[in-house]
Design a binder for this molecule. Sequence first.
Ligand SMILES: NC(=O)c1ccc[n+]([C@@H]2O[C@H](COP(=O)([O-])OP(=O)(O)OC[C@H]3O[C@@H](n4cnc5c(N)ncnc54)[C@H](OP(=O)(O)O)[C@@H]3O)[C@@H](O)[C@H]2O)c1
Length: 260
Amino acid sequence: MAAERRLTLITGASSGLGSALAPLLAADGDTVLLAARRGDALVSLAKRITEAGRGRAIPLTLDVSDHDAVMRTLAAVEAEHGPIDCLVANAGVGDSLPARAFTTASVRRVFDTNVFGVTSCLEAVLPGMIARGSGHIVGISSLAGYRGLPGSSSYAASKAALTVLLESLRIELKTCGVDVTTICPGFVKTEMTAKNKHPMPFLMELDDAAHEMHAAIRNRVTHCAFPWQLATLVRAGRVLPDVLYDRMLAKQRATRTTDG
Ligand SMILES: NC(=O)c1ccc[n+]([C@@H]2O[C@H](COP(=O)([O-])OP(=O)(O)OC[C@H]3O[C@@H](n4cnc5c(N)ncnc54)[C@H](OP(=O)(O)O)[C@@H]3O)[C@@H](O)[C@H]2O)c1
């Protein structure tokens, strides 16, 4: 008897990391649900995956910042295709927020996608996973969430929140048969980083990053941070006293406008 296909939802699949990861998961045998707001990009990616014989892909136009739409859409998807076995919460927006332009509204806009977009998807799929005693939650956070970054307070804070949220759930869900994987990329060449003017050390090619993510998902690791060079620097930065950390970031203060 053929093994049952895993149903995997990938948010933010219309470009960048999500669109590069989807064919890899489909080639493994997963049926991939491709979610984002740009439906045309999803349809052509689904077509490419299917026509290349790389598996089954279903486009799903969805704004993850719309809580009701997420709940409604994912309930309908599960009713039609069966339970979602794996959620790859990848949809995210970058932001540059200089202190002089700081507003609650601009922070909320980033959190609406990067944090609440993830929590809405979790709310929709987690009860089923817990009831079935199996499932896999994957969150795409960022090395930017390890410590504060000038010009990037909203984005860095959203990723810090996501990392800690996922870690809390991971520990709690251990006895429920639901695994949680947090992935923290450094800088990767995508639409999000294309507009960055500040230096992006150890900038990675998209395919290399997608393969790192794919391996982490397949091996169900708890936490994956890459590239190792930047991950090591950022980890070291975490234990630096403020006076040294501030000095290290002083140069970036002037140049940072957007973030990966
Ligand atoms: N590139 C990097 O250097 C880097 C580093 C660390 C972490 N990350 C994280 O990796 C993830 C993917 O980013 P990327 O670099 O691949 O950027 P990207 O090419 O801009 O992709 C972002 C994706 O998120 C989707 N998205 C944004 N808002 C959405 C919403 N409200 N509802 C549904 N989908 C939405 C976009 O699709 P639509 O516009 O079609 O909705 C797009 O598919 C993000 O969470 C990002 O924070 C990226």
